[in-house]
Design a binder for this molecule. Structure first.
Ligand code: SF4
Ligand code: SF4
Length: 472
């Protein structure tokens, strides 16, 4: 029985409700009247239900699809402007006891080099990331209570926040680790993490169990209810994601919107981010089995429909996607991207040897952070290294309230420009710096509040003179 506020996975992600949603989408995909009704509701920019979102995803009327894309672009512009927040993943350990069939870190893969960073290696990796200009990391580790216990993760977080190197500083550490207990989530909260990210992979219980035949991750309910436990442990910001291509995309699309609805209804605050990874080739993974044919066009439609369904949730795309695909989805709703990523353990200091094969997936976008930053600016986006909200305590419902009232925009734009200025001063190549300085001057004029603009100009001059870390 479907119950959005239930604490049980099979009730808030009810299989029957998803089947009814899929049927509703199929029935209405050419129904102009219903599509117009949904679009009119969506134009209020307060979100739409999972059923309504699926009708838009299924919509097969070209002219209505154009309206869907236009609305997604409008919502993106209104809530997130032309800013794109930058981050990088940091792989701590690829030891894993799970049997996920689509991931090369699965326990039975014997030809992958297993590695776990020591604290000294963590320092080296983080310094390499700081020297690129990163301020925001997502820590990644497999599930292994012996090799990667929670104490190891906590120690790494402490090490990372403690690193002082030139003007570099990691100001927000997000965590992507296996589902765990309320007690452990509380420990992560106390260690000062930003967002807790956990991908569901697929919401289809039977397929989920088949794809995760062994290890603790096999437990669908424990995995699906992890975000509730994280919030019970005091973590305000959680990040959802499904691995598109693993299962029927319509099923997982409905599932992820239902999950967002559940968190809002049961915990009072929806997800902070939604990630949209698509399956990539990797070691020991048969691409024939897992290529469920998510075309670039369909991928863009998924991004646009999520943007419309949950306007208040940031959206993330990684370097799994090519520059070309990233360009397309940036306009439709993506607000965070990674840049200069390495998906192997220790990969930032020592590019890995081919025979080691320890990357989790192939990176499509192989450009350096400097190249990605310049590319964004050439398209008139403002790359942002901002972490202000988290550090000002604007998390969870405080963040959402500000975002919903559009007030966040008064902080984001100047913060983006100031953190970009820091990047240009400390890390950018001459060409990137030249483009960036001109962009900052142009974008300062976008700030409408004269007091805020004046303050931002002052702070930017101070950054030029060597000071750091200003924020609104
Ligand atoms: Fe382990 Fe995560 Fe890979 Fe599964 S997806 S094998 S849990 S690292
Ligand atoms: Fe993100 Fe807050 Fe910075 Fe805006 S001000 S970019 S919402 S951290």
């Amino acid at each position: 029985m479907y119950d959005v506020t239930s604490s049980k996975a099979e009730e808030f992600i009810s299989h029957e409700e998803i089947l009814a949603t899929l049927e509703y989408g199929e029935k209405n995909k050419s129904n102009r009247e219903e599509i117009d009704r949904i679009l009119n509701k969506a134009r209020e920019k307060k979100g739409i239900t999972h059923q309504e979102a699926l009708v838009l995803l299924d919509c097969d009327i070209d002219e209505k699809n154009e309206e869907i894309y236009a609305l997604a672009r409008e919502i993106k512009e209104e809530f997130y402007g032309n800013r794109i927040v930058m981050f990088a993943p940091l792989y701590l350990s690829n030891y894993c006891i799970n049997g996920c069939e689509y991931c090369p870190y699965h326990a039975k893969n014997k030809h992958i080099a297993r590695k776990k960073l020591t604290q000294e290696e963590v320092v080296k990796e983080v310094i390499a990331l700081q020297d690129m200009g990163h301020k925001r990391l997502a820590l990644e580790a497999g599930e292994d209570p012996v090799n990667n216990p929670i104490e190891y993760i906590l120690e790494c977080i402490q090490t990372i926040y403690g690193i002082k190197h030139k003007n570099g500083a990691i100001r927000r550490v997000n965590i992507n680790i296996a589902a765990t207990t309320v007690e452990n989530y509380r420990k992560l909260k106390d260690a000062g993490i930003g967002t807790y990210i956990l991908f569901q992979e697929t919401y289809h219980k039977k397929n989920y169990e088949k794809l995760h035949p062994t290890g603790p991750k096999h437990d669908y309910a424990y995995h699906t209810e992890a975000m509730d436990r994280a919030m019970d442990g005091g973590i305000d910001d959680v990040g959802l994601g499904v691995l598109f291509g693993l299962n029927n995309y319509r099923y997982d699309f409905a599932g992820i919107i239902m999950h967002a609805e559940h968190l809002e209804a049961a915990k009072g605050v929806g997800p902070h981010t939604i990630s949209v990874p698509r399956l990539r080739r990797a070691d020991d993974i048969d691409p024939e089995v897992f290529d469920n044919g998510i075309s670039d066009e369909l991928f863009a439609k998924i991004v646009a429909c999520i943007r419309i369904a949950v306007p208040y949730t940031g959206m993330i795309v990684s370097t799994r996607e090519s520059a070309e695909t990233r360009k397309k989805v940036l306009q439709l709703g993506i607000s965070q991207i990674s840049g200069g990523s390495k998906t192997s353990v220790g990969g930032y200091v020592e590019p890995e040897l081919e025979e080691e094969n320890s990357a989790q997936f192939e990176v499509s976008d192989q450009r350096t952070l400097d190249e990605v930053v310049r590319w964004l600016m050439e398209m008139n986006f403002v790359p942002s290294f901002c972490t202000a909200c988290y550090r000002e305590g604007r998390t969870g419902d405080r963040f959402m309230t500000l975002l919903k009232s559009r007030q966040i925009v008064n902080c984001c734009h100047p913060n983006a420009l100031m953190t970009l200025k820091e990047y240009l001063e400390d890390y950018a190549s001459p060409k990137t710096k030249e483009i960036g300085e001109a962009l900052i001057q142009k974008e300062l004029n976008v700030i409408t509040n004269p007091k805020v603009r004046q303050k931002a100009e002052e702070y930017i001059a101070n950054i030029h003179n060597g000071e750091r870390d200003f924020r609104f």
